[in-house]
Design a protein around this ligand. Structure first.
Ligand code: BMA
Length: 331
């Protein structure tokens, strides 16, 4: 039995694995949990992040408007399933208007650390880069400096300092739909200056694990376990009909997370249901958040479906670690 190191979350949204189901991740039966028009202005709501907050949950949601401008919105829920999303986007306060000036914002992650809820997102600044901000209450928000130069996407903080530094995974990219992409690790003494960049892992050549042959990127905040950091990430294959986005998992060294201890050759969830196969961008399952319960090992994954709606899926730390070990990517 593997153990999640962290807090108990007895109210984690949960459904048991359906009898006879062979995949390690199973969907919530009432998916999608957030429809595309859950706020009046929205064309689509997907690739969003949630955390435990007060006696329920809070989140930051990617809502693309009907002019298809991308922005992030706060939301609240009692049960993690039914959400009330604020119809107004997040307004960040910050020291420098050069940085708080909004170009576009998308694909948020939320990381609780030292009493603050940190938000990272893909932030337009002469191209995509990693924005960082924080809130205490999901009402007022403070923005810090962008972490990196453009172009970068999928900035994902670790939930505690490692070796005395803040730590983040990210995926350097280009100005467009990036036909490449490996995951890197960076550290910072103060969440402003980032360096000591290390390569973590990349795409897989040949057909050993073709679903992740074009690009990969970190998904939810890494989950601390007694065996290492459990990373859920997205992997992309290029097909004659375009990109297909699936989810995979890996285990990173606890003190030196750029060292990969284990990685699954098999994907753990991919587009299969109608709401994943069809939408504004077909064939996309894109995880951005995971709730965890240290007492039971339960994990609830929030993922964008076809760039249109938001889905919820379930697994456990044991399911993912044993699946990874049964279908390892080696060499
Ligand atoms: C990526 C990002 C994601 C999106 C995905 C599929 O490059 O833009 O927000 O879900 O493409 O369109």
């Amino acid at each position: 039995m593997s153990r999640i190191i962290g807090n108990a979350l007895p109210n984690i949204p949960w459904q048991e694995k359906p009898a006879g189901y062979t995949m390690p991740v199973w969907r919530y039966s009432e998916n999608p949990i957030i429809e595309r028009d859950a706020i009046p202005s929205s064309n689509s709501i997907f690739n969003s992040a949630v955390v435990p907050f007060e006696d329920g949950f809070a989140g930051v949601f990617r809502c693309d408007s009907r002019s298809v401008s991308m922005d992030i919105f706060p939301g609240f829920s009692k049960d993690g399933i039914h959400w009330h999303i604020n119809p107004n986007p997040i307004v960040f306060e910050g020291e420098d208007p050069e940085i708080t000036r909004r170009e576009y914002r998308y694909d948020p992650r939320v990381c609780y650390m030292d009493g603050r809820y940190y938000i990272t997102w893909c932030n337009g600044y002469h191209g995509p880069t990693i924005g960082i901000g924080y809130t205490y209450d999901f009402k007022t928000f403070h923005q810090l400096e962008n972490a990196f130069l453009p172009y970068n996407r999928n900035g994902v903080l670790f939930p505690r300092k490692i070796g005395g530094h803040y730590a983040m995974l990210s995926r350097p990219s280009d100005t467009g739909h990036t036909p490449f992409g490996d995951i890197f690790y960076s550290v910072s003494p103060d969440l402003t200056f980032w360096g000591k960049h290390r390569y973590v892992m990349g795409t897989v050549a040949g057909d050993a694990s073709a679903w992740q042959s074009k690009k990969i990127g970190p998904g939810p905040i890494p989950i601390e376990t007694d065996e290492g950091w459990l990373l859920i990430y997205h992997g992309v294959i290029n097909t004659c009909n375009g990109f297909v986005y699936r989810m995979g998992c890996a285990l990173l060294d606890i003190d030196e997370p750029w060292k990969v201890k284990e990685r699954s050759a098999y994907y753990i969830l991919g587009p299969e249901k109608l709401y994943e196969l069809t939408g504004d961008v077909p064939n996309v399952t894109f995880p951005c958040a995971a709730l965890t319960d240290a007492d039971t090992g339960r994990i609830a994954i929030y993922y964008g479906c076809a760039d249109t709606v938001t889905g919820l899926a379930f697994t456990t730390v044991d399911e993912l670690l044993s699946y990874m070990k049964a279908h390892p990517l080696r060499g």
